[in-house]
Design a protein around this ligand. Structure first.
Ligand code: ZN
Length: 384
């Protein structure tokens, strides 16, 4: 009997070791694939583009060391350097219901707790959405601290200006910003906004895949608009110079924000219905309203966003937005590492430049789209 128990114990230990060492990597590899692996050819002036930036990636979710080049997933700092990438916004995913889809989800289940457990993250992450969201923010700061000056986290206009000057002299420098994907991680307490502001978060998507106490989601059960608490949240965000991200918001939430809120708005990762018609994407009226507010629209790199599997599909949606509201209001919003198969990882960014040339954009316009617009928007809207 003792012997059987001993063997069972050893087998259990081996299974546990295999699970905790292999499962997170297997999930990451299976979720964050690419259609094209590269190598990618840069055009003659690609490496001279002064500021390439992207509004949305979920790399912090996957427990990779972002200071090391990974053979899977989409974004890390060495690959940003190879791609002449100046700035990546890292967005924090903290709760994802089981069986997510773009039509309708309720908030009763959560896959991120289990993922955090498999990744052997701190137990405070397993059940607490606020804790795991703040933990991801801290991880980005830790990468910056360990990067020997190669990577920094931007939270103010002054820092962004300084970074732009520093990078003109050293193209190996990279930077990140922090955003939230869903305000549910405030755990229904407006005071928690201060914690996220201190953690460096500078834009907030009010909802992710489900309705929450602040607003309705495009993929929620009710898909309502801003709640009374949501209106308080917006006022407080405005007082702190935090930006609203309308990605994943319900049509009613988008309309409420655009009519009632005077602060800056962006859509960090989306497509447009005029090119790719589904409820994840922006209507013409929404694009026009965001344009009137001098907002910024980030176009994604995955199939549901742009109805195609290559950079040409993304470039067509960029062309659509530029023609409607101006070339100064459109940007990249890849959703790299967002648990989708992407056209390509960050090293494939030269393909976007080629596709934008094919859409008839000039070099100055391409430099705006590839990151100049993000830089200008953040210089207008970040805290001083
Ligand atoms: Zn998203």
């Amino acid at each position: 009997m003792k012997k059987i128990l001993k063997i069972a114990g050893i087998v259990l230990a081996i299974v546990a070791i295999l699970f905790f060492t292999l499962a997170p990597g297997i999930i990451d590899r299976s979720k964050n694939k690419v259609s094209i692996k590269g190598p990618f050819t840069k055009n003659s002036w690609y490496d001279s583009i002064p500021f390439i930036a992207d509004l949305h990636c979920d790399a912090l979710l996957w427990d990779r060391n972002l200071l090391k080049e990974s053979d899977h997933g989409h974004v890390d700092i060495p690959r940003m350097q190879q791609a002449n990438m100046a700035l990546q916004v890292f967005t924090v995913v903290s709760k994802v219901p089981a069986g997510i889809n773009i039509e309708q989800n309720d908030a009763s289940s959560d896959q991120i707790g289990l993922l955090s457990f498999a990744q052997l993250r701190s137990p405070s992450w397993w059940f607490g959405v606020k804790e795991r969201a703040l933990g991801q923010c801290q991880n980005l700061h830790d990468f910056a601290a360990a990067s020997k000056g190669v990577f920094r986290v931007i939270t103010t206009q002054t820092q962004l200006q300084q970074y732009y000057q520093d990078r003109a002299a050293n193209r190996q420098l990279t930077a990140g910003m922090l955003g939230l994907e869903g305000a549910h991680c405030l755990e229904n307490d407006l005071n928690n906004l201060d914690l996220f502001y201190k953690a460096g978060v500078r834009y907030i998507g009010l909802t992710h895949f489900f309705d929450n106490e602040w607003a309705g989601s495009a993929h929620g059960m009710q898909k309502g608009g801003l709640t009374a608490k949501g209106r308080q949240l917006l006022r407080k965000m405005d007082s702190l110079h935090m930006i609203v991200d309308l990605a994943h918001a319900s049509p009613q939430t988008i309309s409420d924000v655009l009519t009632e809120h005077n602060g800056p708005v962006l859509v960090s990762h989306t497509g447009v219905r005029g090119v790719c018609d589904n409820q994840r994407n922006l209507s013409d009226a929404q694009i026009d309203a965001i344009g009137r507010r001098n907002g910024l629209i980030g176009i994604g790199l995955w199939e549901t966003a742009v109805c195609g599997k290559d950079a040409t599909a993304t470039a067509k949606s960029i062309r659509y937005v530029a023609d409607r509201i101006g070339v100064d209001k459109v940007a990249l919003g890849s959703d790299w590492d967002g648990a989708f198969e992407m056209h390509f990882a960050v090293t494939g960014t030269p393909l976007i430049v080629t596709a934008l040339l094919q859409q008839g954009f000039s070099r100055p316009e391409i430099e705006q789209i590839m990151g100049g617009n993000i830089r200008a928007f953040m210089l207008r809207n970040l805290p001083k």
